[in-house]
Design a protein around this ligand. Structure first.
Ligand code: GDP
Ligand code: IMO
Ligand code: MG
Length: 426
């Protein structure tokens, strides 16, 4: 087995960074497939905490090649800063450690200007203000600037001129075409050494049985087609997005591991059926330190939503589940799992396909007894408190897929590995 997709199975921030960092030990190549600097992935190992926004979460493993794939939208100024930050930690020492697709799109300064303007309106989505939506709009409208265009000054100038015309008649403060061209060209030149045909590199790597981990960003319920539209991001965050972003066909993928917290969080606007009341939410936010890694916003918190999670299993073709932040639930008397939604007099087991229905959904809960023991140092499933074992067993049974990993703390080693990735034997 050499191609593994790891995706978020909820509304983002499931602990993808931690799990991908752990799994990167077994991977030769880690590919970020979609999204941009809206992501914030936290890696904690041996006293170092690194938050990556664009660079794949395999970066802490020297020798693992990090790839920025075709379907990403990259803010090149942020990327240069992020590379420098990694280098101060002794990472990405060689140009061969990082490969950037020329096909990936560029988040331009005017994308952020446009988004900031829109997000002040009543129709705001609650975005991360990283220019993601406008950059994907430009891509689909076929006037986007791609990473490869940054180093072709004439083409770049033409594209910027064409895009800036969209702003005529608005009063946004925008740099002149020429100075923007010069600045974008200069930043592109700083990244040129990393440019590669990443799809070809991944294909050839798979042909020679190198292990490739495709890392999703955001989460299933934020997918532009399958999430809680319009309160979603603008990319394909589900496992299918790994093929698009990696430039590989679906038959290349051997396994799909979804990551979910043992409860649920969300940032930004939009429906969230299992959200707790204010006092309980504050408590869970404090227990789980639930503040955004990108924006610092307090995350909304709620019980585990099995309706959304079963949907994630279906839509991603998940073959396994990595359950994170189980330690956070320690000390709570009574735990709940939402097993169905009530919408009026209808009871449904699968997420509604309209925003109106989703906004009305009321959770139906099954209750579980909590545990008081600190489980951060537990390293085997059998050593978990009985009630914790019953809680995770219930999740496994309800989803009908195996648990591959239980995460009991933010550090790499605070993990109970049930199955190793890539079918490797422990
Ligand atoms: P991502 O976007 O999915 O990579 O997740 P984030 O990094 O945005 O948010 C997850 C947060 O939970 C980070 O602060 C992690 O360090 C932390 N974390 C990950 N796994 C665990 C865990 O099992 N227990 C605890 N207590 N924290 C965890
Ligand atoms: P990671 O990879 C959680 C949310 C935003 C907003 C919506 C649209 O760390 O899990 P955008 O800026 O993408 O246009 O915002 O999506 N969002 C995330 N929520 N984790 C993320 O990334 C997110 N990336 C975007 O809060 O609701
Ligand atoms: Mg995050």
């Amino acid at each position: 087995m050499s191609a593994l997709v790891v995706i978020g199975a909820q509304w983002g921030d499931e602990g993808k960074g931690k799990v991908v960092d752990l799994y990167s030990e077994y991977a030769d190549i880690v590919v970020r497939c979609s999204g941009g600097a809206n992501a914030g992935h936290t890696l904690v190992h041996e006293g170092t905490t690194l938050i990556t926004h664009l660079i794949p979460s395999g970066v802490m493993h020297p020798g693992t090649v990090c790839v920025l794939g075709d379907a990403m939208v990259i803010d090149p100024w942020m990327l240069v800063d992020e590379i420098k930050n990694c280098q101060t930690h002794g990472l990405l020492a060689s140009n061969d450690d990082l490969l950037i697709s020329r096909r990936a799109h560029v988040v331009m300064p005017y994308h952020k200007t446009l988004e900031a303007f829109r997000e002040k309106k009543a129709s705001a989505i609650g975005t991360t203000l990283r220019g993601i939506g406008p950059a994907y709009e430009a891509k689909v409208a076929r006037r986007g600037v791609r990473m490869g265009d940054l180093i072709n000054k004439d083409r770049l100038r033409d594209l910027i001129t064409q895009n800036m015309e969209e702003f005529t008649g608005t009063d946004h403060a925008l740099d002149s075409v020429e100075s923007m061209t010069q600045e974008a060209y200069a930043i592109g030149k700083q990244l040129e050494a990393y440019y590669t045909d990443t799809g070809l590199f991944i294909y050839e790597s798979l042909q020679s049985n190198r292990r490739v981990l495709f890392e999703g960003a955001q989460g299933t319920m934020l997918d532009v087609d399958h999430g809680t539209y319009p309160y979603v991001t603008s990319s394909s965050t589900i496992s299918g997005g790994a093929c698009i972003g990696g430039g590989v066909g679906p038959t290349a993928i051997d396994a799909v591991i979804g990551i979910a917290k043992a409860y649920t969080t969300r940032v930004g606007h939009g429906p969230f059926p299992t959200r707790l009341d204010i006092a309980e939410e504050e408590n869970m936010r404090a227990l789980g330190n639930e503040f955004g890694a990108t924006t610092g916003r307090p995350r909304e918190c709620g019980w585990l939503d099995m309706v959304a999670l079963r949907y994630a299993v279906r839509i991603n073709g998940m073959t396994g589940l990595a359950l994170t932040k189980l330690d956070v639930l320690g000390g709570l008397d009574d735990l709940k799992i939402c097993t169905a939604y009530d919408i009026g007099d209808r009871r449904i087991q699968s997420p509604p396909d309209t925003l109106d229905d989703f906004s009305m959904a009321q959770p139906c809960y099954e209750s579980f007894d909590g545990w008081t023991e600190d489980i951060q140092n537990v390293r085997s499933r059998a050593d978990l408190p009985k009630n914790a074992q019953a809680y995770v067993k219930a999740i496994e049974t309800m989803l009908d897929i195996p648990l591959t990993l239980l995460s009991v703390g933010p550090q790499r080693q605070e993990s109970i590995e049930i199955f190793r990735p890539f079918g490797l034997q422990g």
